[in-house]
Design a protein around this ligand. Structure first.
Ligand code: NAP
Length: 288
């Protein structure tokens, strides 16, 4: 069905900087068209210095909801009227919905990650040991969802140890039944953790545009262990190429991107995006 803009069309969008490369407008407008609902999804480039003014604008324009991407995911928290417990836990918001003139912040990245891990890799979190590379915003989201889903042990390995330490301390205090360890990205330290993990997740930006971890060797990981890279461009990152050579089941972050989008879409519209549609649209765009 072709999208038709009317006087009643509700506006959805994404704020970020830069935002022109975002795949979200195509993903959401495909779902809107397929369902024939009266919405449109548009990109808004918002520089950090303009975030507060942009929010005032989005409020008075009556925008129904929007996604939040780099660099606003944490900075937006104090500007919202209410924040979901999950977003509070992650310290980051990726979805905002206007409800009764209040702007409510959510974080659907964690839900998206778990859905993708289950669907793309058959990962069952209960009792699992997870090795998380990175300690930035994406790692916080991953930790929150993995801890809530029942994993029993998490190793955080980060280039800057102090940043990893802050994360370990925070989550250790919140999830008493999960055991946390801290590591550098040095193989001497990582090797032992690799041998015992059920899942290794890259939450760093390493892998984007083909960049790779210096000296990282996946050969110690067990044959049953899964490898997930949140990076999806290129579709086969050097980490995933190494997992493939190792014979490990692996997946990139495209499924997570689609699943966090599906969750945001249902918060705004109250209806589900047709199953698999957003991911198919993303795959089409990558193939093109
Ligand atoms: P962030 O808060 O800036 O954190 C970046 C992380 O990457 C930090 O742990 C940083 O380590 C590490 N890092 C950066 N360059 C490195 C290098 N050369 N060697 C080793 N570690 C390095 O960013 P973020 O928001 O967490 O996002 C991280 C990635 O996740 C991005 O690529 C983003 O696109 C992806 N992501 C994907 C999805 C999805 O839907 N698939 C969703 C969210 C995020 P230091 O602490 O040492 O600086």
């Amino acid at each position: 069905m072709k999208m038709k803009i009317t006087g009643k069309t509700q506006v959805l969008g994404i704020i970020g900087h830069p935002v022109e490369h975002s795949l979200s407008p195509a993903m959401h407008n495909t779902a809107i068209e397929a369902l024939g609902i009266d919405y449109v999804y548009v990109p808004f480039a918002v520089e950090p210095v303009n975030l507060s003014t942009a929010l005032k604008g989005l409020r008075v324009l009556g925008v129904r909801g929007f996604n939040v991407t780099i660099p606003h995911k944490s900075a937006i928290l104090p500007l919202l009227d209410k924040v979901s417990p999950e977003a509070e836990l992650c310290g980051a918001v990726n979805t905002v919905c206007r409800e009764n003139d209040l702007l409510i912040g959510y974080n659907t990245d964690g839900t998206g990650l778990l859905k993708s891990l289950r669907e793309d890799l058959g990962f069952e979190p209960v009792g699992a040991t997870v090795l998380v590379l990175g300690a930035g915003g994406a790692a916080r989201g991953a930790l929150a969802s993995l801890c809530n889903a029942g994993v029993s042990r998490i190793v955080i390995a980060n280039r800057t140890l102090e940043r990893g330490e802050i994360l370990v301390e925070r989550f250790r205090g919140l999830f008493r039944n999960v055991t946390f360890h801290l590591s550098t990205l040095d193989m001497k330290q990582l090797e032992g953790y690799m041998k015992t993990c059920d899942l290794l997740i890259n939450t760093t930006s390493v892998g984007m545009n083909g960049s790779s971890f210096e000296g990282l060797d996946l050969s110690p990981i067990a044959s049953h262990a899964l490898v997930y890279d949140m990076v999806y461009s290129p579709p086969e990152t050097p980490l995933l190429a190494a997992a493939k050579r190792n014979g490990s089941a692996h997946a990139n972050g495209l499924g997570m991107l689609a699943a966090q989008g599906e969750a945001a879409f249902s918060i705004w519209t109250g209806v589900e995006s047709p199953p698999g549609l957003m991911k198919r649209r993303l795959l089409e765009m990558f193939a093109a």
